[in-house]
Structure formats: C-alpha cells, structure tokens
Design a protein around this ligand. Sequence first.
Ligand code: HEM
Length: 183
Amino acid sequence: MSSEWGPLEGLIGEWEGSGGMDTSYHHADGEIGDTPYLEKVTMKPFGPVDSGRQHLYGLDYKTAMWRDGEENPFHTEVGYWLWDGETGEVLRAFVIPRGIAVLAGGTASADAKEFTMKAAVGDERYPIAEGKYLGANASSVSFEVTIKIGENTWSYDELTMLRMKEFDDLVAHPDRNTLTRVG
Ligand code: HEM
C-alpha cells in the first residue's frame, strides 16, 4: 500500500526491539567490543512541508538505546525522516549528542519494503558534520543504513566507518536491530 509517506508509511508508530547489537571501540576496555541493547523508537507522521514545488511528508523521529539493566540510555538520536514522492528521494536527518549531525539520503519507490541511505564526511549533498574533538580524534567518515519493512516490524542494518587516532586503518562501527510495533 502506498500513501503520502511512501516507503516511510510502514515505520509510523511506536517500536521496541531488545535484540540490538553494536560494535565499537570501547575506551573503558581499550578494545573493540560488542554491546547488546534494548531500543525504543517513536515515529510521528507530519506533512506536507512545502518548499516551492516540493511537498515533503515526514516522520518526527526519536530513538534511545539501553544496555541491559542500566537506567540511562547510552545512545540517542533525534531527527526527521522525509519522503519526496515526486523524485523518490528519502532522507534521514538526525543528530547524535556527541556533536554529530547526519543528513543521509537515497532513493526508493513509493511501495519499497527495503531502501538504503548514505552519508559521508565532506559530501556536498548528504554530509556528516562533527565538532572539533571528533573531527581530530574519531571522525565518522561514512554512514550507510539499509531499512527492511515487514508487517508490524522493521529492521535496520547500518555501518559507520570511523577514522580513529588509536588505529591506522578505518574502524567499522556497525549497528543493527529489529523493531516490533508497541503502539
Ligand atoms: C544504533 C546506533 C549506535 C549505537 C548504539 C552506538 C554506540 C556507540 C558506542 C557503545 C560507542 C563506544 C563508546 C565507548 O565506549 O568509548 C560509540 C562510539 C562512537 N560512535 Fe556510535 N553508536 C551508534 C551510531 C553511531 C553513528 C550513526 C555514528 C556516526 C554517524 C556514530 C559515531 C560514533 C563516534 C564518533 C564514536 C566515538 C568513538 C570514540 O569514542 O573515540 N555512532 N558508539
């Protein structure tokens, strides 16, 4: 079924997933490690947002992730997902409170059940922006996420590549989870 929200239609709602998995460099341990997590996501529809001939429909997006048994989330994101039905452009603009802002983009059909968005540091269309400290010590050079949408469930598989001062090679920082509708 397609709607004004195109491929984002199936993401509207409240979601939870307890099978999240992160891999990243853990400063406390001095090594790369896995972090399983519980995630809670809300996606509230809005639109249209009109810019001249463009009419975007979007989702107001919040997510938070917890390590087992902890009270405070260790990772959060706020932002917007946007759909341009005229061009098939899909955008995810979000902020991570480490001082990182990402505008990832891609294209999809209106009834797509799978689509990919990408961003890269320095990219003129879909950039990653970061503050001074991260730019010098742990720069997010690229980000790519693939979304798969099912019935009352959706999943993401994402990969951030970091240039870290502790390593000569780029460091992979992948995250994935499957979310189930709770509201
Ligand atoms: C599901 C999404 C994500 C989760 C759960 C997550 C989780 C984590 C964790 C656990 C760390 C390690 C902190 C430490 O122990 O030192 C970390 C570091 C980091 N992440 Fe993520 N992350 C996510 C997405 C992203 C994205 C999308 C970006 C960038 C576009 C990003 C950029 C970074 C950076 C720059 C660091 C800092 C590395 C450092 O401390 O030197 N992360 N993240």
